[in-house]
Every structure is written in C-alpha cells, then in structure tokens.
Design a protein around this ligand. Structure first.
Ligand SMILES: *[C@@H]1O[C@H](CO)[C@@H](O)[C@H](O)[C@H]1NC(C)=O
Length: 98
C-alpha cells in the first residue's frame, strides 16, 4: 500500500511570475493524493498559466509539472500530487503560459 505522507509545512508558494496571480498554499497537501489548489487573479493576469513544483532550496530541481495552460478564470483545480519524500521543502511556482 502506498504511504500517503503529509506535506503540510513543507509546501510553500513561490513568487508568482504571472502578474498579480496569487496562488494559495494548499490545505493539507499529501504526497500521491488529490489536492485542491486555488488562486486569486486580476484582469491584468494572463488567461492561462502553468504550475510547477520545485525543490525550495534548488529552483532548477523540478519535481513535477502540476499543470500547463491552466485557465486562470477557473480559480481552482484539483490535481493528484506526485509521490514526494517528506523532507526538505517544495515550492509551487505559477508561470505565465500565454
Ligand atoms: C533539494 O535540494 C537540496 C540541495 O540540492 C538537496 O539536498 C535536497 O535533497 C533536495 N530535496 C529533495 C526533496 O529532493
């Protein structure tokens, strides 16, 4: 059986590279499990963006592509997080995809 590790406290949200888009830290993110990610945006934000999960201490250590060309107007998505070890820290980065 898969061990679902709690990642609370290990997951942060990075500076958004997509204008005023503000991604909220997911509540109770769990490795390998379904997690809801929500964000707030303004009219000046791009219509689509991508979400990447990286190592918080090494931005080039990409752990997962959470989503690409996400419709900004949705406000939230439900994704299945990849299996991650519960150590160090992770950061969610929103990147302009338009
Ligand atoms: C993140 O990067 C650091 C430094 O390269 C490394 O020591 C650590 O193991 C990495 N964390 C994960 C979860 O891969």
């Amino acid at each position: 059986m898969l061990a679902f590790m709690k990642l609370s406290g290990l997951l942060a949200v990075g500076a958004s590279l997509a204008s005023a888009l503000k991604v909220n830290v997911p509540t109770n993110p769990t490795s390998g499990a379904t997690t809801q990610i929500d964000w707030t945006s303004t009219a000046s934000d791009p219509s689509t963006f991508s979400l990447f999960l990286a190592n918080i201490t090494d931005a080039f250590d990409l752990k997962a592509i959470i989503g690409e060309f996400i419709d900004t107007s949705l406000g939230e998505i439900t994704v299945t997080l990849p299996t991650l070890v519960a150590e160090g820290g992770y950061v969610l980065n929103a990147v302009n995809a338009t």
